[in-house]
Design a protein around this ligand. Structure first.
Ligand code: GLA
Length: 392
């Protein structure tokens, strides 16, 4: 159930195509970039609230060497395809995986950062469309390696902001959580991030008897094809109306549930319900940190389950497959709590459970899930890894 590529260069767990590239090009550089996990704080980042992300042990590897021509020649090990993008003025093909690379080149050009040609080979075990932010990992990874190869001297936060700008060029108006986590994460820890001030502190999540697990629904999605941007628009409408009503707020982060009552005459009730979810979710982020630090696992799990209920019933970003997994997990006393993770509309469920229960829970849930949806349930225990790094 577990695919875990070690960072040791001699470990055969590294994707073969990356090993083959390195064998042909002994002077190539090598970078590893993880995906994003989020314990809690969903859809709060673009509302200037709080999030509690970490980095996954699933990752993408980038092997890189100067090409001598003014192009990025990018080979995807996964798609077994090579694309050449001119370093200036390339086309963003929105229906193709190369859009993530092309969007970064546009961002870089807009900031007058010089780029010369590179051969890039990438591959990894970070699943696409599973809610682990593989697209952000690609964009963060490209910016991270360009910063190194081109000696721009940018810090990680600047790279994260440029990666978010690149994501916006692909049509998704996402927040900063994924990019922040992918670049800044620390091994074995989660990061409590204030998405307004961008101040963060690490939260040690001890795990002697408890285990975080991801259940992959196998329902793929691309955020640009979901109502993700509509959810952001709902939140923005509420803030605008609050400002029109004289409240001194700049984001939902500044509002209390009671503030919403005063706006009900002017706003669609569906927008108000969504705003209510964000306000409650921000509180859950603060609460869970104190529970986790005290080892109050069941209390932490209850917050996960509340978060899921809000994402399902109020924010309307879940789907039947995710709800099925969460409600079945709730039947096990060994499971403290579970919720859909990431933007929603598919992807993974994150659960907190007793370590010993893992195999038992999975072996029962898997056939039930297959019978209900005809889909294979993926599962992997979560390990919190470090953020993007250069290996050589
Ligand atoms: C996606 C976005 C993030 C965040 C989450 C939901 O992963 O990229 O910025 O909004 O959805 O919490």
């Amino acid at each position: 159930y577990r695919r875990n590529y070690a960072v040791d260069m001699t470990d055969f767990g590294m994707p073969e195509s990356v090993m083959a590239f390195l064998a042909r090009r002994p002077y190539a550089s090598l970078y590893r970039v993880p995906g994003r996990i989020n314990i809690i704080g969903e859809h709060t980042d673009y509302n200037e609230g709080w999030v509690l992300p970490a980095a996954s042990s699933q990752q993408i590897w980038f092997a890189v060497e100067p090409s001598g021509v003014p192009e990025l020649r990018i080979t995807s090990g996964l798609f077994a395809e090579t694309v050449a993008l001119p370093v200036s003025d390339c086309l963003i093909r929105l229906d193709h995986w190369s859009r993530y690379f092309a969007a970064v080149l546009h961002t870089v050009a807009a900031h007058h950062l010089p780029v010369t040609g590179l051969d890039i080979h990438f591959n990894g075990d970070l699943p696409a469309g599973a809610g682990l932010s593989s697209s952000s990992a690609i964009m963060c990874g490209l910016l991270f390696l360009l910063n190194d190869q081109m000696e721009w001297g940018l810090d990680k936060m600047t790279i994260a902001v440029l990666a978010r700008e690149s994501e916006h060029r692909t049509g998704v108006k996402g927040g900063i959580m994924d990019q922040f986590a992918i670049l800044h994460a620390e091994e074995g820890k989660a990061l409590l991030l204030d998405c307004r001030t961008l101040e963060a502190r690490s939260v040690v999540v001890p795990d002697s008897q408890w285990q975080w697990c991801l259940f992959d629904s196998g329902v793929p999605r691309q955020l640009v094809a979901t109502p993700y941007n509509d959810r952001k628009a709902s939140c923005d409408r509420v803030v605008k109306q609050a400002q029109a009503a004289g409240m001194s707020v700049t984001a939902l982060r500044d509002m209390e549930e009671s503030d919403l009552d005063n706006l009900s005459a002017h706003l669609d009730v569906a927008d108000l319900i969504k705003a209510g979810f964000i306000i409650a979710e921000n509180k859950r982020v603060q609460e869970i940190v104190s529970f986790l630090e005290q080892g109050l696992w069941n209390e932490a799990g209850t917050l996960l389950s509340q978060s899921h209920a809000g994402l399902r019933d109020d924010y309307l970003v879940s789907c039947p497959e995710l709800d099925f997994i969460v409600s079945h997990l709730a039947e096990y006393p060994e499971v403290a709590g579970a919720r859909m993770m990431g933007a929603g509309f598919g992807g993974c469920v994150l659960a907190l459970m007793e370590k010993d229960a893992f195999n038992d829970v999975f072996s029962k849930l898997k056939p039930d899930y297959l019978a209900a949806f005809g889909r294979r349930l993926g599962v992997f225990p979560v390990e919190f890894s470090a953020g993007a790094s250069k290996l050589r």
